[in-house]
Design a protein around this ligand. Structure first.
Ligand code: ZN
Ligand code: ZN
Ligand code: ZN
Length: 446
C-alpha cells in the first residue's frame, strides 16, 4: 500500500516526559494522553475530525511515571493505565455520564516498570500487557467484565521496552514487542488461543513499538529506530520490510491509531513537544504499473506499448529484454499534496511521460510537441517527490525543462533529449527529486 505522509506538525509546546498514549472514539475523534511537565501530571487533548486540535489540558495532577496506555471499549468510555510511583499499575476509567474516576491500583505492586499496553477484544473485556519489574518478561492482566484475573506470563524473553497491543475484531488480540535481540516480535490471540511468538522483522529498533489496525486482515506497527526517525512495518497476509514515514527525528516511541481511513502518528519531538503526522492511503486502483526506464535515452515511458514508442536515439525505446528496467507504478487521479505533484501526462506518440503544463514548449521524439491530455485522454499522473529513501521507491528521477519528459538523473551524462543533446541536469532545470514506486524492488523485499 502506498501511503502519503504529511510532515510532523507541532501540537503545542508543553514538554512531554514520555510517549503519548492515544485511542480513537466512536465519533472518530482521537484522544491523546501524556505525562507532562516537571510534576509528571496526566494531560490530555482531542483531535476532532482528525485535524481540529483542542490543545493539551490537565486531567489529573497525581504523578505518573510511564506513558499512558488507553482504550475506548465503548463509545462513552475510556480505560487508561499508567505506572504510578512504586511500580504500581494504576487504572483510571472515564464514563461519559460520570467523568473520570481517581486512579485505582491493579495487580500486585512491584509489577510493571514500563508503559502498559491495553486493548479490548469485546465491550466488557480489557487486556493489559506489562513488562514485569522483576525479570522484564511479558505478562497479561485481564479484566473479564467483573473482576481482574490473576496475571499470567505470556513470554519469558526479557523485553528492553514496553509492548503494544490492539484488537482487530471480537475475540482477537495482537501484541508486538521488542525482543531481547532488539528485533520486533508478534503474538496473536484468536479462538481463545495464543500463537507462539514469531520474529516479524529482524531490523533493530530503538524503542518499543506502537500497533494499530484498519481492518480485520491488516496491522500497522511503528517504531523509532537508531536514526531516531519513525519506521513502519505492515501486515497484510505477510509482514512488509521497514519503511520510514519521514526523516524527522523524535525523542520517544511513537503512538499510532487509524481514524476515518487515515493513520495518525504521534510522538514527542527533540524539544519534547507533541508532534502529529497523518498518513493517507493511495488506493491501489489508482496506480498503473508497467512504466519503464529506457537505457538508450534514460527517459521513463509506458512499457505496455513499447513496440510503438519512439526514442530520441532512434527506433523504439529499449525493450524490457534490453534494459532490465524495474516495473514503476505511478499513482493517478489522486489529490496533489505537498509531496505529490499532479498534471504529469502520457504522450501517445512517443509513449513518454511529460509535465502537462509545459506541453507547448515540449519536444517529442516523434516530432513536434507531445500530444496533449485532450488529444490522448491521458490519466492525470501524480508523482511523489522529496520523500525519504526507501527500498520501495527509486529517487533521483528528474524533469527535463526542454523536452518536458522525466528521466533517470544519474544517467544524465549518457542521456538523449528529443530537443537535442542530453537532458537538462537538475542543477540547471531546478527539477524536484521525483521518487517512483517500484514493483520489482517491492517483490525483492519479501
Ligand atoms: Zn528511449
Ligand atoms: Zn511525445
Ligand atoms: Zn529532455
Amino acid at each position: 500500500m502506498i501511503i502519503d505522509w504529511t510532515d510532523f506538525e507541532p501540537l503545542g509546546t508543553e514538554k512531554l516526559n514520555s510517549a503519548p498514549g492515544v485511542c480513537v472514539t466512536a465519533a472518530g475523534s482521537i484522544s491523546v494522553y501524556a505525562s507532562v511537565g516537571p510534576e509528571l501530571e496526566l494531560w490530555y487533548g482531542s483531535l476532532l475530525d482528525g485535524h481540529v486540535w483542542s490543545g493539551l489540558r490537565l486531567l489529573d495532577s497525581e504523578p505518573i511515571v510511564s506513558a499512558p496506555g488507553v482504550v475506548a471499549r465503548t463509545p462513552g468510555s475510556r480505560d487508561l493505565f499508567v505506572r504510578r510511583p512504586g511500580y504500581q499499575l494504576g487504572h483510571k476509567a472515564y464514563d461519559i455520564n460520570i467523568g473520570w474516576s481517581p486512579y485505582e491500583p491493579v495487580g500486585p505492586e512491584l509489577f510493571t516498570n514500563t508503559t502498559p499496553a491495553v486493548c479490548s477484544r469485546s465491550t466488557d473485556r480489557i487486556d493489559v500487557f506489562v513488562r514485569s519489574a522483576t525479570d522484564h518478561s511479558l505478562f497479561i492482566l485481564a479484566f473479564d467484565g467483573k473482576r481482574w484475573l490473576v496475571a499470567t506470563q505470556l513470554e519469558t524473553d526479557q523485553l528492553p521496552a514496553a509492548p503494544a497491543a490492539t484488537s482487530r475484531g471480537s475475540g482477537r488480540m495482537d501484541v508486538v514487542f521488542q525482543g531481547s535481540d532488539n528485533a520486533l516480535w508478534h503474538k496473536s490471540f484468536a479462538a481463545n488461543t495464543w500463537s507462539a511468538s514469531t520474529r516479524i522483522n529482524s531490523g533493530i529498533t530503538s524503542s518499543g513499538p506502537s500497533i494499530c489496525t484498519a481492518s480485520p486482515t491488516t496491522l500497522d506497527v511503528f517504531v523509532r529506530r537508531s536514526d531516531n526517525a519513525i519506521w513502519q512495518t505492515s501486515f497484510d497476509g505477510k509482514w512488509s520490510g521497514y519503511e520510514p514515514i519521514g526523516t524527522e527525528t523524535v525523542a520517544t516511541a511513537p503512538a499510532a491509531v487509524w481514524a476515518n481511513g487515515k493513520v495518525h502518528v504521534f510522538a514527542a519531538g527533540q524539544a519534547r513537544g507533541l508532534l502529529h503526522k497523518v498518513g493517507t492511503p493511495v488506493p491501489a486502483t489508482s496506480t498503473q504499473g508497467d512504466w519503464r526506464w529506457c537505457s538508450k535515452c534514460q527517459s521513463l515511458f509506458f512499457g505496455g506499448q513499447q513496440a510503438t514508442s519512439r526514442c530520441p536515439v532512434g527506433d523504439a525505446h529499449a525493450s524490457q529484454g534490453q534494459s532490465h528496467s524495474g516495473n514503476y507504478t505511478l499513482p493517478f487521479g489522486v489529490p496533489a499534496t505537498a509531496r505529490r505533484q499532479r498534471d504529469w501526462r502520457w504522450c501517445d506518440k512517443c509513449q513518454g511521460l511529460f509535465w502537462g503544463p509545459g506541453v507547448n514548449d515540449s519536444h517529442c521524439s516523434a516530432g513536434g510537441r507531445h500530444a496533449t491530455a485532450n488529444e490522448t485522454g491521458s490519466y492525470d499522473y501524480c508523482l511523489p517527490h522529496s520523500l525519504p529513501i526507501s527500498p520501495r521507491r527509486q529517487d533521483d528521477w528528474r524533469w527535463c525543462n526542454r523536452c518536458q519528459g522525466l528521466f533517470w538523473g544519474p544517467g544524465v551524462g549518457s542521456s538523449h533529449c528529443a530537443a537535442g543533446g542530453a537532458h537538462t541536469p537538475p542543477e540547471q532545470s531546478g527539477s524536484s527529486d521525483y521518487c517512483l514506486p517500484h514493483e520489482a524492488s517491492r517483490t525483492a523485499l519479501v
